[in-house]
Design a protein around this ligand. Structure first.
Ligand SMILES: [Cu+2]
Length: 362
């Protein structure tokens, strides 16, 4: 097959051939090369554990080599370093470094990506409403990059060309107040934007509400505050929906939450039946106008952007998000029987190309 003939449609068609080894693209240094598949990269018609009759990659990516593990990413909150200023103000600081970062996105398929602090998505920055935030950004990559935060801040802190875009080898300090509380994100805003985002330069930015500022709903606020007794009973996790265009044709070949296709399908996320679940969900998928999250056998409450203490939707089982849209899902399996419960994108194509997952309720 000629290199130029290799489109996503052909890829999909080859994925549908059960049990056969498929050709795939490996992108190295932005040059796509066709290779024959290694022995362990095969497509099976049936999942061995659950027998659900679907196409799925077989084999494991090398998470240690990648420098990040999708199961670890779920709960790794980066709370930075806290200090108190002369005027008694809480200051929270992070050091973030951008780098060129080649990683294995699916077994045998390498993606020439870019990362913040060695992981895709970048660190989940978590803070509390009202704190002063200081992000020291160093660009160790070979291209200009920035950190553009979704939140409230001054124009000169916006992380766009002319305001915090950082050349290779240079640094910039973004500083602003943590507001509003909610489930937010940050991403590189260098041009061309779609290329800089899809290479992996994005992450979640969670601002917990300060219960003292919300006398109208102090319990709801406290349950969202990391480290509080009210928060401890929750099973919290962050999920960034993303996709990867491994042959640079402006279409994604793979979809996932937290970067590795089928990671939570093959190794379900363990949920304790008796404790409630809260998911910070962020859509960073490039090239496709929408993505979605659908939970099987259950319904959830949803907080659009996480900026309210009361749900903006109640009793829904699917939510649709454009790029950068995000929100908080809350549900509990306390009245369900234990078992394997699916969740996935309800764009079937995305699900078949990796955005397909399981909870294991115990
Ligand atoms: Cu960039």
């Amino acid at each position: 097959m000629a290199l130029t003939d290799f489109s996503r449609r052909l890829f999909l068609r080859s994925m549908a051939i059960a049990g056969s080894a498929v050709p795939f693209m490996a992108a190295r240094d932005s040059v796509a090369v066709a290779q024959s598949a290694p022995e362990d990269y095969t497509v099976h018609a049936q999942h061995p554990a659950h027998g659900q009759g679907r196409n799925i990659v077989v084999g494991e990516v090398d998470h240690a080599q990648n420098g990040f593990d999708p199961h670890g990413l779920l709960t790794e909150w980066d709370t930075g370093n806290v200090s108190i200023s002369a005027d008694g103000r809480k200051i929270r600081e992070w050091t973030i470094t951008a780098a060129d970062h080649q990683f294995e996105v699916a077994p045998g398929i390498t993606f020439a990506g870019w990362s913040y602090n060695g992981r895709v998505p970048g660190p989940t920055l978590r803070c509390t409403e009202g704190e002063r935030l200081r992000i020291k950004f160093a660009n160790g990559s070979t291209h200009p990059h920035s950190m553009h935060f979704h939140g409230i801040h001054a124009a000169r802190m916006d992380g766009v060309p002319g305001a915090g875009l950082v050349d290779p080898g240079a640094e910039f300090i973004y500083e602003f107040e943590a507001q509003p509380f909610g489930c937010h994100l940050y991403h590189c805003h260098a041009l061309p934007l779609k290329r800089h985002i899809h290479k992996g330069l994005y992450g979640s930015f969670i601002v917990d509400p300060d219960p003292a500022l919300h006398p109208e709903a102090p319990d709801n606020a406290a349950s969202r505050l990391l480290g509080s007794p009210e928060n401890a009973r929750w099973q919290e996790m962050v999920m960034v929906m993303n996709g990867f265009d491994t042959n640079f044709d402006d279409e994604n070949e793979f979809y996932a939450v937290n970067s590795i296709p089928f990671a939570y399908f093959n190794k379900p996320i363990r949920i304790e039946k008796s404790r409630p679940v809260r998911i910070y969900l962020v859509n960073m998928t490039e090239f496709d106008p929408i993505n979605s999250f659908h939970l099987h056998a259950h319904f959830f409450s949803y907080y659009d952007h996480g900026t309210t203490l009361e749900p903006t939707h109640r009793m829904i089982d699917t939510v649709m998000l454009c790029q950068a849209q995000r929100g908080i899902l809350e549900f509990s399996f306390d009245r369900h029987e234990p078992g394997i419960y699916m969740f996935h994108a309800h764009q079937s194509e995305f699900a078949e190309l990796g955005w397909m997952s399981h909870f294991e309720v115990v």
